[in-house]
Design a protein around this ligand. Structure first.
Ligand code: GSH
Length: 201
């Protein structure tokens, strides 16, 4: 059985859960308490030397970390990853954007706020992360004006990766009211056949 090492409230874990649901692939989930260091044990570090969920474990025991790498692995040969070379590269473009410009700002603020982790050092970083998070949302809004999905007018893993933390950005204090195209896209993704919410474990 395929196995997902996960943490229920994680958007990175949710990306994988959502794609597995859309693909109709059965899997078992192993929950870790990330606040208690459960992903930093020697046993877990053998699965992912970077000590973070999600980790996707294949039936033969091989483990793959990094949510967007897992998405690409699972989407290979399916409608969620284009075959055409340039379109595939565009998917990667948005996956890298998500990891560099979006997730470190929007997901991190959500985590700090919802887990009450705002010590002095993190307080000092809020303004910069807020500014960079809104800059990422601005980029998404401009791109989505006149488009239904991020690439090629079809639902791909780029949409899944960007949906995961954008739809819960409010929990990190981001106001999406000014982003009309983005909000339409969020609604479109949520109404895709087979969609599951982040709370469905
Ligand atoms: N770039 C990684 C980020 C993974 C990540 O930050 N995971 C967090 C939960 S969302 C985690 O496991 N944190 C526990 C820790 O750092 O000890 C990905 O996309 O999978």
């Amino acid at each position: 059985m395929l196995r997902l090492h996960d943490y229920g409230n994680s958007g990175n874990g949710y990306k994988v859960r959502l794609l597995l649901a859309l693909l109709g692939l059965p899997f078992t989930r192993v929950e870790y308490d990330i606040d208690r260091g459960e992903t930093r044990t020697p046993e877990f570090l053998r699965k992912n030397p970077n000590g973070r969920i999600p980790v996707f474990e294949l039936e033969d025991g091989r483990c793959l970390a990094e949510s967007n790498a897992i998405l690409v692995y699972l989407a290979e040969g399916t409608r969620f990853l284009p075959e055409e070379r340039f379109e595939r590269a565009l998917v990667l473009q948005w996956l890298f954007f998500e990891q560099y410009s979006h997730e470190p700002n929007i997901a991190t603020l959500r985590y700090w706020i919802t887990h009450r982790l705002l010590d002095d050092d993190r307080h000092a970083q809020i303004e910069g992360k807020r500014r960079c998070g809104y800059a990422a949302l601005d980029v998404m809004e401009r791109h989505l004006e006149g488009r239904r999905y991020f690439i090629g007018e079809r639902y791909t893993v780029a949409d899944i990766a960007l949906y995961a933390y954008t739809h819960v950005a409010g929990e990190g204090g981001f106001d999406l009211a000014q982003y009309a195209a983005l909000r339409s896209w969020l609604g479109r993704i949520a109404s895709e056949p087979g969609h599951v919410p982040i709370t469905q474990l």
